[in-house]
Design a protein around this ligand. Structure first.
Ligand code: SAM
Length: 244
């Protein structure tokens, strides 16, 4: 697939409205996420490897907040257990529509992927062996996050895993500043201007709320997970695995 370059915030905007996963974003999303999230490609391919290990025969794997389905494609290429399927959910019709187009052209596997346009908070999670929230929980209102994590825990089979990737916050101001500045440098090195970086930050401010790793781990423990640990971190982006 040829990546369309993200220039959504390149020109000065009179008014910066809250970030939405609309058609404009769906169109440039692969370029946007690759140039904005350090380690994104590594995380996607490693999630495929984790799914290959933890997927259980006759179970569902969930990709919650799937966008164009990068996680689903990585899982489908790796999973070899019989009678597994993937349920990919996103509430952005534009993402699901483009995701479908990418999925039909993927001949790498026969594992079925069911792409559903829905709120992940309304989707039944059952008989699950792998659940992935790859940069999605951060868009769920803070007070609703525990209920979602508990539902995921309840829907997982024993031995199943949740993979949770998030932009993270830090308790200490100096550490927060180090990671913020490093992330800014990462984006600049990938061709974003200071104006683009600052306008996008403003657009995301009210809709994407990061939390500390300690807070995430505490919530995972409260939901019942046996243990959780960080398996990837680059600056203020991290991925955790939680095992039931
Ligand atoms: C940063 S993107 C996720 C990236 C994607 N998981 C990947 O690895 O390429 C966040 C996605 O979550 C979706 N989303 C946010 N809140 C949601 C909700 N309540 N229900 C379903 N999808 C949601 C957005 O539409 C968006 O596509």
């Amino acid at each position: 697939m040829v990546k369309k370059q993200d220039a959504i915030y390149a020109a000065p905007l009179d008014e910066i409205i809250d970030f939405h996963f609309d058609e404009k974003v769906a169109y440039v999303f692969p370029d946007m996420i690759q140039r904005s999230v350090p380690g994104y490609g590594t995380m996607i391919s490693t999630i495929g490897i984790l799914a290959a290990k933890y997927a259980q025969a006759n179970s569902h794997c969930y990709d919650l907040g799937c966008s164009l389905g990068a996680v689903s494609l990585a899982m489908r290429q790796r999973i070899s257990q019989p009678d597994c399927d993937i349920i990919a959910v996103d509430n952005s019709p534009a993402m699901i529509e483009r995701g479908h187009q990418l999925l039909v052209s993927d001949a790498s596997s026969t594992i079925p992927v069911n792409m559903v346009c829905a709120n992940i908070q309304d989707v039944t999670i059952e008989n699950a062996s792998v659940v992935v929230l790859n940069f999605t929980l951060q868009f769920i209102p803070l007070e609703e996050r525990l209920a979602l994590i508990k539902r995921i825990y309840q829907g997982l089979n024993p031995g199943g895993i949740l993979i949770l990737s998030e932009k993270i916050a830090f308790e200490y101001r100096d550490i927060q500043r180090f990671h913020d500045e490093s992330h800014h440098d990462f984006k600049r090195a990938n061709g974003y201007s200071d104006l683009e970086i600052s306008q996008k930050r403003t657009a995301l401010e009210r809709v994407m709320i990061p939390e500390t790793l300690a807070f995430h781990q505490q919530r995972l423990t409260e939901a019942g997970f046996k243990f959780s640990d960080t398996w990837f971190q680059c600056f203020n982006f991290a991925s955790l695995v939680a095992v039931k």
